[in-house]
Structures are given as C-alpha cells and as structure tokens.
Design a protein around this ligand. Structure first.
Ligand SMILES: [Zn+2]
Length: 89
C-alpha cells in the first residue's frame, strides 16, 4: 500500500439512500451496457434523485448499480475523502 499523504478514502454512510428492508416489486432502473438495456434486477435500495425535495423522485437500484456505493447491512455507504488534519464532522 502506498503512503497516505493529506487525505484518505473512507467509507461513510450515505443517507440519501434508503435500503429496502425487504424486497418489494421495485426493479433496478439502471440503463446502460452494450447494447444499452434496462437492468431489471430486484432493487435493494432507493435514491431520491429529485432536485426539489418537495417533489421526491425515488429511483430503485440493485446491489450492482449503486453508483459506486456499497450495501452494508441496512444502509448504503459511499467513498469519500477524509482530511487527516482538522477533523471535521
Ligand atoms: Zn441493476
């Protein structure tokens, strides 16, 4: 492993995601690949993709399509840089 300089990547809970406590009928809305196609796997978490929180727009995704986030227990974590000096919370 390389030396860590001023910051390091750490996993933090991303509260924008809501993990589905049990599978429901929602399917992954990821669209991509070649040829491009809908994923359609059972969703594990939903993300509010609205820009106006008064008009929430929950999009569901499977475990493979969490935008680089990961499912851990009952929450979703994302990678973020943590500054090693000046602890901010
Ligand atoms: Zn998917």
């Amino acid at each position: 492993m390389g030396a860590v300089t001023e910051q390091e990547l750490v996993w933090v809970v991303d509260n924008d995601w809501v993990v589905l406590s049990q599978p429901d009928r929602r399917l992954c809305r990821y669209f991509g690949g070649s040829p491009r196609a809908w994923c359609r796997e059972s969703a594990v978490a939903i993300l509010d993709r609205s820009t106006n929180k008064a008009l929430s727009a929950w999009w569901a995704y499977c475990e493979k399509h969490l935008y680089g986030c990961r499912l851990v227990g009952n929450h979703v974590e994302r990678l973020t840089y943590k500054k090693l000096e000046g602890e901010a919370s």
